[in-house]
Design a protein around this ligand. Structure first.
Ligand SMILES: [Zn+2]
Length: 287
């Protein structure tokens, strides 16, 4: 009789311990899910007025304005990399419907056409700058909408507005004809030589940002989305907290710092209305 009571007591104890552990685990999963936010990231390049130049990498200022109107009217809030870092570190939450607008290459036409629209609609943009190009146009001061890149001075004005966040798009690795595909490891290149090349290039641009803007970017935007297996560890070692790929997919931002590496992005080409373009992408974010 006593043995049976002891046995049933042990079973009850065991069951309640299991239930308790299950509840703790369930709460942990729930907490993790609650801080998981789906984030679409859009990838723009050049903005030009003449419709004959529009295509995969060029849209008109009117098209960009329509995008901003669509996002504003549909309750989206534009965020920066710093907002993602704050979310991961638990210092601030992301808004309910976040979206990130990235602009690659740092064209002068972004300063000319995109920046005034960001001010008009109070939207934020993330601008990925190619160091050697901005150095060149900071010297020549040539402001041609078709090919010039933004200067340090223009970058300073944009970042001071609080609406533009600058990121690193390599100093001089935005090329396909220097024996390397962007910042990807070359065939036959030793891992030590690759690490040295990537480190030299990226840190020289980080230094220029520090000198000219008194600011150091937190993200690396891979030129052409070309990535090597060992890029990630080098990027991390250099202190970057985030990186961007060109893979078209929705991101899930949690409190795991790993979720900020190789963020997916959707290219925004010309030729589709804002309504049709965003409905397709944002449906994925909502599912
Ligand atoms: Zn690029």
């Amino acid at each position: 009789m006593i043995r049976r009571r002891l046995l049933s007591g042990a079973i009850i104890l065991c069951l309640s311990a299991c239930l308790c552990l299950g509840a703790i685990q369930y709460r942990a999963v729930r907490a993790w899910e609650e801080c998981a936010v789906k984030l679409p990231i859009i990838m723009y390049h050049s903005i030009l007025k003449d419709p004959k130049y529009t295509g995969k990498y060029v849209i008109t200022p009117d098209q960009l304005e329509q995008d901003l109107i669509y996002l504003t009217e549909n309750g989206y809030t534009t965020v920066t990399v710093q907002d993602l870092i704050n979310h991961v570190q638990g210092t601030a939450s992301l808004p309910e419907k976040p979206i990130m607008l990235t602009f690659d290459d740092g064209y002068y036409n972004n300063y000319l056409y995109a920046y005034p629209l960001m001010k008009k609609y109070q939207c934020k943009m993330v601008l990925a700058v190619i160091g050697i190009q901005s150095e060149k146009y900071s010297k020549t001061q040539e402001t041609n909408a078709y090919y010039s890149h933004i200067t340090w001075e223009q970058m300073k004005e944009m970042t001071d507005s609080g609406l533009v966040e600058i990121q690193n798009h390599s100093y001089d690795m935005h090329s396909l004809n220097k024996g390397r595909n962007g910042s990807k490891r070359k065939q036959g290149e030793s891992s030590a030589a690759y690490e040295a090349s990537l480190t030299n290039d990226l840190s020289s641009l980080q230094k220029l940002f520090q000198e000219n803007l008194d600011y150091v970017p937190s993200a690396y935007v891979y030129p052409f989305g070309a990535i090597s297996a060992d890029s990630k560890s080098i990027i991390k070692k250099l202190g970057f907290l985030a990186s961007f790929s060109c893979e078209a997919r929705i991101n899930v931002i949690t409190q795991d710092p790993e979720c900020l590496y190789l963020l997916g992005r959707y290219l925004r080409p010309s030729g589709t209305t804002s309504d049709a373009y965003f409905k397709k992408i944002l449906k994925e974010a909502a599912s």
